[in-house]
Design a protein around this ligand. Structure first.
Ligand code: ADP
Ligand code: MG
Length: 250
């Protein structure tokens, strides 16, 4: 397993948002996390990517304990993520959004910036080259110089993917990538996720669009009220009584 959690728990005051969750994410596969609103899916991502400290339990990446690591260091290990609501600079270009995202993770300090050191210039060039590469990968090479506010909702989703990919991750966590786009665009985005797998990446995504998930995921984990209530192949999940009940509010 590339990532494993054991007994993972997150409490917000009296609320147990993630409750004793054990999951394994297999390298080179697409793992989907599903479950009703408030089930703890985004919180699980926040724990794994280091945005929230866990209350209990452990997280390992390639066997290394990363439970106590902060988000910045987790990103450096090769774990990238997108957020449920993408925070892009609407009045900047697509290219500049990706460059800024990449540069936030490189090493130049204020001294380099003020004196325009050779290191800074090298890093700027590297960031620009990396941004061009990932924009081509997500199919946005022709939109690179448009303002984010002028591109489609689907293209914005692709920019978010590009931002995640710019850090050269081994695994990408996508929080509801297909929210707010139409069925055709959803199919395009699914094709892009398959392309990530073909390139050797591992993907873990949260998604509500069942048709997309059932056609895309290798493994599905179902959360309800913070607890894992089922996991298995799409076929197994579709016929699981407890899952059907959770979704029908039974
Ligand atoms: P999902 O992504 O499955 O819809 P979340 O992980 O966002 O669910 O939320 C799970 C529960 O934890 C919800 O009840 C939510 O209100 C609560 N929660 C999430 N983040 C916080 C936070 N930062 N502070 C307090 N409660 C939170
Ligand atoms: Mg969520």
């Amino acid at each position: 397993m590339l990532i494993e959690t054991k007994g993972l728990t997150k409490r917000f005051g009296g609320l147990v948002a993630v409750n004793d969750v054990e999951i394994g994410i297999e390298k080179g596969k697409i793992t989907a996390i599903i479950g009703p609103n408030g089930a703890g899916k985004s919180t699980l991502f926040n724990l794994i990517s280091g945005y929230h400290p866990s209350s209990e339990g452990s997280i390992t990446f390639k066997g290394e304990d990363i439970t106590k690591k902060r988000s910045f260091n987790i990103a450096k290990l090769g774990i990238a993520r997108t957020f449920q609501t993408t925070n892009l600079f609407e009045t900047a270009t697509v290219m500049d959004n990706v460059i800024v995202g990449h540069r936030l993770r490189t090493k130049s300090n204020v001294f380099d910036a003020v004196f325009r050191t050779p290191r800074l210039r090298r890093e700027e060039q590297a960031s620009r080259a990396k941004a061009a590469e990932v924009l081509e990968f997500v199919g946005l090479e022709h939109e690179a110089h448009r303002l984010v506010q002028d591109i489609s909702q689907e293209a914005k989703k692709r920019v978010a993917f590009a931002l995640a990919l710019a850090t050269d991750p081994e695994i990408v966590f996508l929080d509801e990538p297909a929210a707010g786009i139409n069925p055709d665009e959803t199919e395009n985005l699914a094709a892009l996720i398959r392309k990530m797998i073909d390139r050797g990446l591992t993907v873990c995504l949260i998604e509500h669009k069942m048709q997309m998930i059932m056609g895309l995921a290798d493994h599905i984990v179902v959360l309800n009220y913070g607890k894992k209530i089922a996991e298995g192949t799409p076929e197994e999940i579709q016929t699981n009584e407890e899952v059907i009940e959770a979704y029908l509010g039974g």
